[in-house]
Design a protein around this ligand. Sequence first.
Ligand code: SAH
Length: 371
Amino acid sequence: MPMTVGAETDFLSLTLSELEQELASLKLPKFRAKQIFEWLHVKRVVSFGEMTNLPEKLREELSLKYALKSLKVLQKRVSKRGDTVKYLYELSDGQAIETVFMQFKDRNSLCISSQVGCRMGCTFCASGVGGLVRNLAPSEMLLQVYETLRLNQLSTVNCPLSTVNIVIMGIGEPLDNFDNVLRFLELSPIGARHISLSTCGIVPQIDKLAEHKLGITLSVSLHAACDEDRSAIMPINRAYPLSELMRACRDYFEATRRRISFEYALIEGVNDSSEQAGRLAGLLRGELPPHAFHVNLIPVNDTGAGFRKSVNGKAFAEMLESRKINATIRRTMGDDINAACGQLRKEVRSQASRALSGCAEVKPLQWLDRS
Ligand code: SAH
């Protein structure tokens, strides 16, 4: 839990009322908590020293008593087009996570991680290599947003938060870290309507999320339209098969009226035939009203596990369209910088282990550090 006492208190994970309680133990009035909360979450400073409307003595006292969590840039990669930047951040315990920053004409989008590693075991995904290490604290998810905006010189002045989108689609399964993700959503200065959460389909947690009736967009990683195909690439399907997942999606839509986004990574010879497109159309049309969902077709990223991009994307999309299904082939950004989930962390991990085992064939990384 984020709440601990003294030096270990994770300030950035505290709600305003928890911050008030913490500061009450130092005999500080409530308005100080409000000031500090604003410095942390609105002005997004990284030290107590910058909180200039606090008396200097108090700033010193807080700096001595508490340590604010921070992220360190381990590596940064910029795509050739310059519109996608991937950061490998180091956490205070030395673990590494990824954050992807994408710049569009009129908005910025941040893809953040929710766990160190992942235990869901999707066969095409690099995030699960090495399994789950630990959950991220709410502060560590917030910091990915705050630090990435700061590194790109984006403040509340030149970058209104209404132009920032967050997708919880980086390393980890957000619904496997439910409480911390919920608190992140509560603390985030970016409104729910600008946040998407992507899940592999942990049905009881989708039900739990629906109860909160948040305005966020739910993305469901589907990737196959029958249990046999889906269980072969996504072990979660063996626990929660498609009939249960679709029921949860229907209930989620009923509870929130938010359109669900289904992610479908097209993998050559695995899930990309016309027959499979027909099955996908049948599944979705059979379970949900047409206005309740959208399908995102994504060319699979080769993470070294032997999955190749499909060449059938256009025909697949046309088949869905002919069945009146709203589908888009998503533009792949940052292919050249290993921007798919977990790829960079995996690459760095495997380089480190090859280096440790004395193998001389460690290729140098092609860094394009523009900082
Ligand atoms: N655990 C969550 C969020 C993290 S993965 C989930 O499963 O949704 C984010 C998205 O990237 C998911 O849709 C996931 O299936 C997809 N993904 C993972 N590896 C991929 C790859 N190699 N190519 C394309 N998409 C991938």
